[in-house]
Design a protein around this ligand. Structure first.
Ligand code: DOR
Length: 448
């Protein structure tokens, strides 16, 4: 296959933004430099000074396969992801059946072959009954083990204290947790139901799934991780309160060691707050709940302060019909992969983050944290997973949504940057208007 040379780009990588050229060949980045000259037969793309980033790695998506293909599947959601500049994804185990053993895990990898537009990893799930499967998990088979320490979509709560302790003691991969205390949530929900019946206003969601419930469960996860020296990644931090629990500083410390306990936040916590329930209602109902404007501000600051290590989506599509139900029947979660990167770049336009910080949190950090082999950076020899950003504004329209559920919480929002091109393993997958070619995603490999 002839090589491709991108010239005149603004490369963003490893804390630097610099003008340069990048050549890729046979799916890999072959050369990064300045003034590179085109070879015979090479296709040349003039980036015109636009920003070229490594493709984002989303460490938290729910693509719903198997079992809920009526609302999403690996093909449709990975297509939406590459249209949004996300070239790798790590998918959650709360499918039907849930991913609770090696066979279910391999079944998902087989499903993704030839259908995933981005590179894929699948998490092993934990339950009160699958300790043996967790203990015997091949650490190269999954990015990590997902533990629902709070009940959410699906029925995967791990609330047996001895089992929880054993999982933290024996996990052969990083543990990632959903932290919300279910008994506290159940008690609040009962109080609100007594008052409103099923028609609870969506704005009460952050009071039912409260900050205190997040705090209590996150504290428990951290104490177990400290007890067993577990590699723990706490997902979707939604409150300012929890930030004090985490180590401030770069993921890779000055002495070369890596933090053993890390934190993630998600794009919706940075773009929405309590005031948005009035406009969007159950459409932005998700777990943990979107909380106050002060939480949103603290979370953005925590990204710049290196208290939060990773930015992700928690893409969790549900149909509009499901979302139109009364509060108690409306499922939690929102579709986010297609507009998450441009929403993060909006924070750059606002002067709150730099492009380098977005790249650090959304591409480098997930690669480093999960030991992803050969991706997440603009480095020679690494996979040519690339995103070209064009600073031309656009407004999100429902008809442009590629997720199977067919809606976005960002409809009507104007973003100042768009995704001009996405390459996956050196093949153009998104040309700024449509998907191109065939799904080229590969199974993620882990260097551990
Ligand atoms: O809002 C959420 N939706 N939070 C979760 O933890 C699960 C997810 C889903 O699968 O719908």
């Amino acid at each position: 296959m002839p090589s491709t040379l991108i010239v005149n780009a603004r490369l963003v990588n490893e804390g630097r933004e610099f003008d340069g050229d990048l050549r890729f060949e046979d799916g890999r980045i072959a050369q990064i430099g300045t003034g590179l000259s085109a070879r015979a037969n090479e296709s040349v793309i003039d980036a015109g000074g636009r920003r070229l980033l490594p493709g984002m790695i989303d460490d938290q998506v729910h693509f719903r396969e198997p079992g809920m293909e009526y609302k999403a599947d690996i093909a449709t959601e990975s297509a939406a992801a590459v249209a949004g500049g996300l070239t790798s994804f790590m998918d959650m185990p709360n499918t039907n059946p849930p991913t609770l053993d090696a066979e279910a895990l391999e079944n998902k990898y087989r499903r993704a072959e030839g259908r995933a537009w981005g590179n894929y990893g699948f998490y092993m799930g934990a339950s009160n009954d699958n300790l043996a499967a967790i203990q015997s998990l091949d650490p190269l088979a999954a990015p990590g083990i997902k533990v629902f320490m709070g009940a959410s979509t699906g029925n995967m709560l791990v609330d047996n204290p001895e089992i929880l302790d054993s999982i933290f003691r024996d996990a052969p991969t990083p543990i990632i947790t959903h932290c919300e205390d279910t008994p506290m949530i159940d008690a609040e929900l009962a109080r609100y139901k007594a008052k409103y019946g099923d028609d609870i206003p969506a704005a009460c969601h952050p009071d039912i799934r409260s900050r205190e419930a997040c705090m209590k469960s996150t504290q428990l996860a951290l104490s177990l991780a400290r007890k067993h020296d577990t590699r723990l990644h706490v997902l979707h931090i939604s409150t300012a309160d929890e930030l004090a629990l985490f180590e401030k500083g770069p993921l890779i410390r000055a002495d070369g060691s890596r933090k053993r306990i890390t934190a993630e936040t998600c794009i919706h916590f940075l773009r929405f707050d309590r005031a948005d329930y009035a406009r969007l209602g159950n459409l932005i109902k998700c777990n943990p709940a979107i909380k106050d404007a002060s939480d949103r501000e603290a979370l953005i600051q925590a990204l710049t302060d290196d208290v939060i290590d990773v930015l992700a989506t928690d893409h969790a599509p549900h149909t509009l019909e499901e979302k139109a139900r009364l509060y108690t029947g409306a499922p939690s979660g929102l579709p986010l992969v297609q507009y998450a990167l441009v929403a993060a770049l909006e924070l750059v336009h606002e002067g709150r983050l730099t492009t380098s910080q977005v790249v650090q949190k959304f591409a480098h950090a997930p690669a480093q944290l999960f030991d992803v082999k050969g991706r997440g950076f603009l480095r020679e020899g690494y996979a040519a997973d690339l995103v070209l950003i064009d600073d031309t504004p656009f407004t999100v329209q429902r008809e442009d949504v590629l997720s199977k559920c067919g809606w976005s919480p960002f409809e009507g929002t104007t973003f100042r940057s768009r995704i001009a091109s996405t390459w996956v393993n050196g093949e153009l997958a998104w040309d700024g208007r449509q998907l191109v070619g065939q799904p080229r995603g590969e199974r993620l490999a882990f260097d551990r």
